[in-house]
Structure formats: structure tokens, C-alpha cells
Design a protein around this ligand. Structure first.
Ligand SMILES: NC(=O)C1=CN([C@@H]2O[C@H](COP(=O)(O)OP(=O)(O)OC[C@H]3O[C@@H](n4cnc5c(N)ncnc54)[C@H](OP(=O)(O)O)[C@@H]3O)[C@@H](O)[C@H]2O)C=CC1
Ligand SMILES: O=C(O)C(=O)Cc1c[nH]c2ccccc12
Length: 422
């Protein structure tokens, strides 16, 4: 999206992608991966999805759309091109970006560099004692394929958020026997209820019929300051918990640890604060309530044996397969690897609001840290988020880059001096 915005503003840009074709980072994931949020939230800039598309669409449909998008938007897209390093020459004000372009090393010298690798870093696998002795397959959620021959096998899935739910659901559909290990609580919003009670005025068929547009919806949604958003969302989630009380009761009756955020503000705030900690329910919750997906909650992993996982309460679970749905390293970690630990240290935490809730230490920032605005590293920008956020904020990131190209100053309120001077 940022590439498309830059292209339309006449800013020469190269998009680097490690995998061969646009969309490949979706294609290589498990077959049942689909959006959990409705189609109206997910349009790309300039070319909306066709009106016959389903509300929730599968990942390969999206992958093909992205490939088409690159072509018709005439983007300068380098597939099979991994960035191997990036160093900034402060004197010249130019980056030296090294690229492994299909085996050939190429050096690029851009003035501006946008890190758009997602909200998270690399797969995170905890270092459990005994893991090396486990005889069966062990895989992180990011590499889970879903086409393995695991029918009838006991699969221990460590973690209890979106990836863990999706994968337990997928394993169950394939006739495997998943058990989810939940260490601490998870927020669960039911996708269709979220659509009905939260998104409908902005992102729905009804909204379109009443004259709402994607651009207007984005502007209205983004115009609510985050501090206020947190307060405004509480009554909606309180009503949601009430309306769906039987659903939530079935879940907690089997021991599932449920939360609605520390202040009851629900999904969007969890996403902004932590980028994690929730499940947008598309069916796995009922399978947990019914026992089709096994659940061990309020426990961590003590150690791993040759064919078992030992939990912190002493339970030993026989296991043929282990899936680590244990989340991801930080974006700051990716930045450090691409540039240097010094640059990552100078830029500091990325994402989060400084809300002083779990995983989001203060001080209060007001906006997402380091996202879509100048960072403490001249010439460096960080971009990512849900499709909705990327669609909206890509406009402003692209304009700031365009302004640098034209020699215009675009100071940002509250930003460090060094950041606003580039
Ligand atoms: N279809 C879609 O749209 C999908 C979207 N996503 C998105 O990707 C993002 C990341 O989600 P996800 O991959 O689920 O990652 P999360 O970071 O949300 O979840 C990680 C899970 O692993 C647990 N965990 C981590 N370390 C340990 C440990 N040492 N022992 C036990 N448990 C551990 C965490 O427990 P604890 O909370 O106690 O730390 C948590 O339950 C989210 O934004 C999500 O919405 C993911 C999948 C599908
Ligand atoms: O960005 C938003 O609007 C959210 O409420 C969170 C969210 C919507 N769709 C997602 C897909 C992946 C991760 C978070 C979200």
C-alpha cells in the first residue's frame, strides 16, 4: 500500500520482497488461513475488491489480488530480493541498502527507507528444556502448513491467541487431536458480533447503502483520539459480553481464561497496546467449549520429553506433535537485525501507546510509537498494521516522504527534534 501511494505521488520507490511473487507471504501459510475481519475493512487504496467477494476471504484469493495489484498499479516490485543490511550515512543523508537479488548482491542508495515487514518480528519459540529430545514434529505457527498427515495424532498447541485458535481449528478439521495450552487470559471477540455491534456504521453493506465510503469511514474511525477511543469502546464491549453471555459462559465453564482488556475496552485497544492477546472468533471457541479442542489453562510449559509435554502444574501430556503458537519477536528486533542495534536502540519501541497495561509500558505516547511518522533515525520510517490502518496511514507516510523529496519541512507534534528535522 505504501508503494502504491508513493507511486501515485510520483516518488520513485523500489519494493523489496524476499519471496518470489507478490502475495507469496500469504500463499505459503496454512490453507484455512482467512481474514477474520470483514471485506469492507480490508480494501486496498485505489482499487476496491469486487462487490461479489465474500465477507471473509481466504489467503490465496488475497495473494492473487496483491499480485494483480502490483501489475496494474505499475509498482516497481523486486521479488526474490532479500534486504541483507541497511546502514545510514549521516553525512550524505543516504542509506546503503544491500540486497540479495536472486543470488546477486545489489547495493541501493535511497534517501528514505521504509520498514514495512509487519507489526511483529521473526517467529518466537521459547527455549523449553528437553525440546531437542522430542521425537515428533515441532513447528512454529508461522511455518505451520496444515497439509501434514497428522490425522489421529495428539497435537499440543502452545499459546492461546489468534494463531493458536486458528491452528487448533485447522487441526481438528483434519482429524488431528489438538490441545491448547493457555498460560494467561485471552480476549475473544466474535467476528460476526463485532461486525454487527461495532463496525456496522462504518464498514458494512448497510453503511455503503447509507452513503458511507471507505475513505469517510477511515477518517471517522481515525479521528477518535486513542485516549478517548478506549473509553468509548467500553460500553460496546460490555453490551457484547451481555448479549453473548451464554457463549462466554460455555467457554469459561471449560476453564478458558477470558478477558476484555484491563479496562474492558476490548479488541481494538488490545491490538493497539500489544499487537497481540486476542482471538477474533471464527468458530474455534465453540470447539473449545464442546471439548473438541482440548484445553489446559492457567499453566505454562515446564519441559518437553521424547513424546510428551510437561506442564507447570505437573501434568504430563502425551504428544505426537508440538505447535508453537507463541507469537513473534518485536519489530525493534527486526530493525536491529536490518540496520544495527544502535539504530534500533535510538528509535526505541515500535507500536503500543504507552497505556501502562500489560505489554505496553508507559509513558503515555498518544499515538502508536514510531509508526507512520518520523523516527529518531533520519530517513527511517516504520509502516504496518491492519489493512484498515495501512490504507489510511499510508497516505500520510507517503506525503511525508514526498515532502522530504521536495525539500519541505513537516514537523510532527511531540516528536523528538532530531526526528522532525529530517
Ligand atoms: N487470520 C488472521 O487474521 C490471523 C491473524 N493473526 C494476528 O497475528 C498477531 C499475532 O497473533 P499470535 O501469533 O496468536 O501471537 P500472540 O502474541 O497474540 O500470542 C502468543 C501466545 O503464545 C503464548 N506464549 C508465549 N510464550 C509462551 C511460553 N513461554 N509459554 C506458554 N505460552 C507462551 C502467549 O501467552 P501469554 O499471553 O501468557 O504471554 C500467547 O497466548 C495478532 O495480531 C493476530 O490477530 C494471527 C493468526 C491469524
Ligand atoms: O486494526 C483493527 O481495526 C483491529 O481492531 C484489529 C484487527 C482487525 N483486523 C486484524 C487483523 C489482524 C490483526 C489485528 C486486526
Amino acid at each position: 500500500m505504501i508503494g502504491a501511494r508513493l507511486a501515485r505521488l510520483g516518488v520513485p520507490a523500489i519494493i523489496l520482497e524476499r519471496r518470489a511473487r507478490p502475495g507469496d507471504s500469504w500463499r505459503h501459510r496454512y490453507a484455512s488461513l482467512a481474514t477474520h475481519d470483514p471485506v469492507w475493512m480490508n480494501h486496498l487504496p485505489y482499487i476496491p475488491f469486487p462487490s461479489h467477494w465474500p465477507t471473509y476471504f481466504p489467503k490465496d484469493k488475497l495473494a492473487d489480488w496483491l499480485e494483480m495489484y502490483v501489475k496494474v498499479m505499475e509498482l516497481n516490485y523486486w521479488g526474490g530480493s532479500a534486504c541483507t543490511g541497511a546502514a545510514y550515512d549521516e553525512g550524505e543523508g543516504v542509506w546503503r541498502v544491500t540486497v540479495d537479488k536472486g543470488g546477486a548482491e545489489v547495493t541501493l542508495r535511497p534517501r528514505q527507507l521504509v520498514l514495512a515487514t509487519g507489526v511483529h518480528g521473526a517467529p518466537f519459540v521459547p527455549d523449553f528444556p528437553g525440546a531437542a529430545s522430542f521425537k515428533g514434529p515441532q513447528v512454529h505457527s508461522g511455518n505451520y502448513k496444515g497439509d501434514e498427515e497428522w490425522e489421529g495424532l495428539r497435537c499440543v498447541v502452545i499459546g492461546s491467541n489468534n494463531s493458536a485458535h486458528d491452528i487448533c481449528h485447522d487441526l481438528w478439521e483434519r482429524g488431528a487431536l489438538p490441545t491448547m495450552i493457555q498460560r494467561t487470559s485471552t480476549h475473544v471477540t466474535r467476528s460476526a458480533v463485532w461486525q454487527d455491534m461495532y463496525l456496522k456504521p462504518l464498514y458494512s453493506e448497510e453503511a455503503l447503502a447509507s452513503g458511507m465510503t471507505t475513505d469517510k469511514a477511515d477518517m471517522i474511525f481515525a479521528s477518535i483520539p486513542y485516549r478517548v477511543h478506549a473509553v468509548l469502546d467500553v460500553p460496546t464491549y460490555t453490551a457484547m459480553a451481555k448479549r453473548d453471555a451464554p457463549f462466554y459462559k460455555r467457554l469459561t465453564d471449560v476453564g478458558f481464561l477470558l478477558d476484555f482488556g484491563e479496562d474492558g475496552s476490548g479488541l481494538f485497544m488490545k491490538w493497539l497496546r500489544r499487537g497481540a492477546g486476542f482471538y477474533i472468533d471464527t468458530g474455534a471457541s465453540d470447539l473449545i467449549s464442546s471439548g473438541d479442542i482440548g484445553l489446559k489453562s492457567s499453566v505454562g510449559v515446564d519441559s518437553i520429553g521424547e513424546a510428551s509435554v510437561k506442564l507447570t502444574d505437573g501434568t504430563v501430556l502425551p504428544a505426537d506433535v508440538i505447535v508453537y503458537a507463541t507469537g513473534w519477536a518485536s519489530l525493534s528486533d527486526s530493525l536491529g537485525k536490518m540496520t544495527s542495534p544502535e539504530v534500533a536502540g535510538k528509535v526505541g519501541r515500535c507500536w503500543g501507546l504507552g497505556s501502562n497495561t500489560t505489554g505496553d509500558p508507559g509513558p503515555w505516547e498518544g499515538e502508536l510509537r514510531n509508526m507512520y511518522k518520523p523516527t529518531a533515525q533520519r530517513g527511517l520510517w516504520i509502516f504496518g498494521g491492519s489493512f484498515m490502518q495501512c490504507r489510511f496511514y499510508s497516505q500520510f507516510l507517503a506525503l511525508q516522504v514526498k515532502a522530504r523529496m521536495e525539500g519541505l519541512h513537516t514537523p510532527v507534534y511531540g516528536g523528538p527534534e532530531v526526528a522532525t528535522a529530517n
